[in-house]
Design a protein around this ligand. Structure first.
Ligand code: NAP
Length: 288
């Protein structure tokens, strides 16, 4: 077995809440120095209660750092053309620097097509083909999806030099797994992308200095999968059998093996909104 990254007399619990709070403070200071205040528009379609909560939280977070928020609430039955028109209006609005289509949208809509209608310069979710391409090309002018961006900051909070480390990303979604793998690659990690067809995931993980789990299966990653000293980033949000919120990693077991780990809640989650604010400010600065 390879040498462990760290001795694991104690595991660092990566405090995403505190790191996100610090980031928001820095962002508020940046906004205070800007002549034109950044603006973020959120388009919310339908009545999904969870989406309403997410949007409310995003708007509150904007207010706290001085970003002006705009909201378009569309009925459940809104058509593709109606939403496209709303996106176009925000694309044309000079006071709006970031546009977010809250996902998922109702099933009759083509969400992929709608996302691609957002001006890439305002695509604060980083899902447009332009921003995805920039990420792959290493062009730093692009907007990087928020959760991978935040996860990377959490990894960096415990380990600055990632060069040559083996990293495994479990999950290959466009929103998280793929951009996360690109960020790790750009940091000179040797990256393995695992997914539902990966054979012997346990061995794949066991070889990793960094494990990033984004699957959506409660406590799937066990202590025995974790190389002693590995850094573990748990992106999953699930309800465990006890009804409590939990991640994709068996947290209590992982504490015996990992040198650092993110808790759920309080790890990756808070970073997502903070990075959304960061992207909005970046977009506003680039437009001026
Ligand atoms: P997703 O689009 O459903 O993707 C899940 C991925 O997991 C897929 O690539 C899938 O593989 C893979 N997978 C499924 N079962 C697997 C298995 N048994 N072994 C290995 N891989 C498996 O989900 P997502 O949007 O990326 O989100 C993943 C999780 O992260 C969810 O719990 C979500 O709630 C959470 N999340 C949290 C935040 C946050 O802010 N904290 C943000 C985004 C997502 P295939 O591609 O082969 O199907």
């Amino acid at each position: 077995m390879e040498a462990a990254l760290d001795n694991i007399d104690s595991t660092t619990i990566i405090d995403g809440k505190a790191i996100a709070a610090q980031l928001r403070e820095d962002l508020a200071a940046q906004v205070a120095d800007m002549d034109t205040k950044p603006g973020l528009a959120v388009i919310l379609v339908g009545d999904d209660p969870a989406s309403h909560v997410y949007v409310r939280n995003k708007i509150k977070a904007c207010e706290k750092v001085g970003i002006k928020s705009y909201e378009a609430r569309m009925p459940e039955k809104a058509t593709q053309a109606e939403i496209a028109a709303e996106i176009q209006a925000f694309n044309d609005n000079k006071n709006v620097h970031g546009i977010l289509l809250q996902l998922p949208v109702p099933g009759h809509l083509d969400s992929d097509a709608l996302v691609q209608m957002i001006d890439p310069a305002k695509d604060v979710d980083g899902l447009s083909f332009i921003n995805q391409g920039k990420l792959i090309a290493g062009d730093k002018s692009g907007l990087v999806p928020c959760t991978p961006q935040g996860s990377m900051m959490l990894i960096r909070s415990v380990r600055d030099d990632l060069s040559g480390l083996n990293a495994v990303v479990i999950g290959r979604s466009l929103l998280f797994g793929k951009p996360m793998a690109q960020l790790l690659l750009a940091a000179n990690c040797t990256v393995t992308m695992a997914h539902s067809r990966t054979k012997d995931l346990e061995s794949v993980c066991r070889n990793a200095d960094i494990i990033v789990a984004a699957v959506g299966r409660a406590k799937m990653v066990k202590e025995s999968w974790i190389k002693p000293g590995a850094v573990v980033i748990d992106v999953g949000i699930n309800r465990g059998e006890d009804g409590k919120l939990c991640g994709d990693v068996d947290y209590d077991g992982a504490l015996n093996a990992a040198s650092a780990i993110t808790p759920v809640p309080g790890g990756v989650g808070p970073m997502t909104i903070a990075c959304l604010l960061q992207n909005t400010i970046k977009a506003a600065k680039a437009s001026s």
